[in-house]
Design a protein around this ligand. Structure first.
Ligand code: 13P
Length: 213
């Protein structure tokens, strides 16, 4: 099967998000770029991930045109493809509606770096609200990601991770959710203490070298 390894990674990524409760039902979507061919493998719209096989995943162009597959690509295809067009180093995009990222996105509040594991991603800015599936949302997401951010929140909608590998995109989705949870509870306790900027800098350098943070 064409693109077998990447198809498997995309589907495994979606199922992992489901198992980790970062995605509920058919919410959220997952994709990867096939770099040599500049095409994208993406989850289809509205189909439970545990009912899919890798062969079911649609293949779309960087402009979002369906190239292969019988299922309709995710309604958020414009956002995924816009990210790949804008950020050549991004190979995997994961969009989740995890609970505490939803809370922070609905507060429309930048998520500070609360934990060492969130330091490669936080502070996580919020892209302004635009209708799901719209070009406006795609543009807002690209703008908030800029040239080097790995994760953003989408106002009243959830989070988006854009990383060089699926493993890192899944880690971003998980650690940003954990960070949002810590931020929320510390905010409730009226004592939110983000990591000091110096510590975030040092931890990011460690993460870039592949060291534990
Ligand atoms: P899809 O099922 O079309 O991927 O949409 C789910 C979603 O979360 C939209 O933001």
């Amino acid at each position: 099967m064409k693109y077998q390894e990447i198809r498997e990674k995309v589907l495994e990524g979606a199922v992992k998000c489901l198992e980790r409760e970062l995605i509920r039902g058919t919410s959220g979507n997952v994709s990867m770029l096939v770099p040599d061919e500049q095409v994208v493998i993406i989850t289809p719209t509205g189909i439970p991930y545990d009912k899919l096989t890798p062969a079911d995943l649609p293949v779309v162009s960087l402009q979002g045109k369906l190239l292969e597959g019988n299922l309709k690509p995710s309604s958020e295809t414009p956002m995924h493809t816009a990210v790949y067009r804008a950020r050549p180093n991004v190979r995997a995009v994961v969009h989740t509606h995890s609970l505490f990222t939803l809370v922070f996105s609905a507060l429309n509040r930048e998520l500070p770096p609360m934990t060492p594991s969130s330091s490669p991603y936080a502070p996580v800015p919020v892209a302004p609200f635009a209708l799901p599936g719209s070009e406006d949302l795609a543009n807002a997401a690209v703008k908030a990601l800029g040239q080097d951010r790995l994760a953003i929140l989408l106002q009243n909608h959830g989070m988006l991770a854009a990383c060089p590998t699926m493993e890192r995109a899944l880690a971003a989705a998980e650690y940003v959710e954990e960070c949002a949870q810590v931020a929320y509870y510390t905010l409730l306790a009226n004592n939110m203490n983000p990591l000091p900027a110096e510590a975030v800098k040092e931890l990011r350098e460690r993460a870039l070298k592949g060291l534990a943070v």
